[in-house]
Design a protein around this ligand. Structure first.
Ligand code: A2P
Length: 302
């Protein structure tokens, strides 16, 4: 990809990155993960998204370090896990060490919620308190960290954080795809200068998006694979995407996006979620099942 977005921190972030969670990836399949990342870097990816809780930071870092692409040319993101909100500095240094990298491009608070080891939510630190610790990190380690941001924040949860923040998060990473288009959320965060990044931009495994007849017809009209159409729709909205794939052809397709989508076609994709049973989360929440009902994840609602 050649498109990049400028973040409020002054740094440039590619519009398309490679996700490293789930699918066939896992700590039990490190060889596939590493070869996938190396192939992606060879084919033009310059942005890799990971997280401490995915337990693949070692493989991600090895693939980056073993690739021909200079570290400086790659945008690397990892995330603070919920059980480490009271140990932000330790978690950050541990991630950097596991990755085997000298610096991170972006460190995200994975969820606006601290948890104990049993995944029970904790009242403290609050997301705002955790954010202040992340700000301190940026100040203490200017050579090890370039930008900080958040993930899974709503327009409501970001308010409490901004009430105390001296640094505005550069990015908010949320689930976003045509079945969960997040129009209000993207608008609200755009106004705050916070770039939205989409996880599960294709709807994760067995995605109903990929067999939707309206999307398939539109993709045929543009003569592109359906994944390309869906990802283009996000990026043309100014939303960065981190699709994951272990398939070479799809990896290539996912960074070869459309330069434009005609307004009437964009509108058709925008309105897809209004069809029956077409507005819902698709990303699984830890135990391998998709959320049902009220979009509640970790006791928290979009
Ligand atoms: P595969 O690895 O076989 O390509 P998401 O990033 O939304 O979580 O979705 C990832 C899922 O979608 C994976 O199961 C991946 O499978 C599949 N996938 C990735 N890119 C495409 C694409 N361009 N077209 C169809 N399926 C895709």
């Amino acid at each position: 990809t050649t498109t990049t977005f400028k973040l409020n921190s002054g740094h440039e972030m590619p519009a398309v990155g490679l996700g490293t969670w789930q699918g066939k990836f896992g700590s039990d399949d490190s060889a596939l993960l590493k070869s996938t990342i190396k192939f992606a870097l060879t084919t033009g990816y310059r942005f890799i998204d990971t997280a401490a809780v995915y337990e693949v930071e070692a493989e991600v870092g090895q693939a980056i370090n073993e690739s021909e692409v200079p570290r400086e040319d790659i945008f690397v993101v990892t995330k603070l896990w919920n059980t480490m909100h009271d140990k932000v500095e330790e978690a950050f240094l541990r991630s950097l060490d596991t990755l085997g990298l000298d610096y991170l491009d972006l460190y995200l608070m994975h969820w606006p919620m601290a948890m104990d080891a049993q995944r029970n939510p904790l009242d403290h630190p609050t997301p705002a308190e955790t954010w202040l610790a992340m700000e301190s990190l940026l100040k203490k380690y200017p050579t090890k960290l370039r930008s900080i941001g958040v993930s899974n924040f709503s327009p409501k949860t970001i308010k409490d954080l901004l009430a105390v923040a001296t640094i505005v998060p550069a990015v908010n990473q949320v689930e976003l795809h045509p079945m969960l288009p997040q129009f209000d959320l993207v608008d609200a965060f755009d106004k705050l200068g916070i770039r939205t990044m989409a996880y599960s931009p294709l709807g994760q495994f067995d995605s109903p998006l990929l067999t939707d007849p309206d999307l398939l017809a539109l993709a045929a009209k543009y003569n592109v694979p359906i994944g390309t159409l869906i990802l283009s729709w996000s990026v043309l909205r100014g939303v960065a995407v981190i699709p994951k794939s272990t398939n070479k052809e799809r990896l290539v397709n996912n960074i070869s996006l459309l330069p434009e989508i005609a307004p009437e076609d964009k509108k058709a994709i925008d309105e897809l979620h209004k069809k029956k049973n077409m507005h819902r989360r698709l990303c699984q929440v830890g135990n391998g099942t998709r959320p049902t009902g009220n979009d509640i994840v970790f006791g928290w609602t979009y």
